[in-house]
Design a protein around this ligand. Structure first.
Ligand SMILES: [Zn+2]
Length: 109
């Protein structure tokens, strides 16, 4: 779907907690993992990720950046973008507490 459609769909819930399953693609498209998405929608943010998302046509693949052992949590660096100013409230909404040594303290790009 387009970003515009995704924003309209999530406008109310994002205002509450910032949580969505929207995955931004190149261009003006997104995947809404909340509608028929697979288990990749549960991959959390980490400032020192062990995975990266790779687009290939209309699909997104999750590729390991290093060896991942059974039981390790899969982590992507979300590098989120938000419209408007990065107010204190926005920074709190997207705060990161991943615990990595190099934690940026934010899920924002
Ligand atoms: Zn972090």
């Amino acid at each position: 779907m387009s970003w515009r459609a995704a924003i309209a769909r999530y406008r109310a819930s994002v205002a509450e907690d910032g949580h969505t399953f929207v995955f931004g693609l190149e261009g003006d498209r997104v995947i809404d993992g909340a509608r028929g998405g697979n288990s990749a929608r549960w991959i959390n943010h980490g400032c020192e990720p062990n995975c990266e998302a790779v687009e290939d046509g209309t699909r997104v693949f999750i590729r390991a950046l290093r060896r991942i052992r059974p039981g390790d949590e899969l982590l992507l660096d979300y590098r989120l973008a938000v419209d408007g100013r990065r107010t204190a409230a926005v920074k709190r909404l997207y705060a990161c507490r991943c615990g990595a040594q190099g934690c940026r303290g934010t899920m924002l790009a």
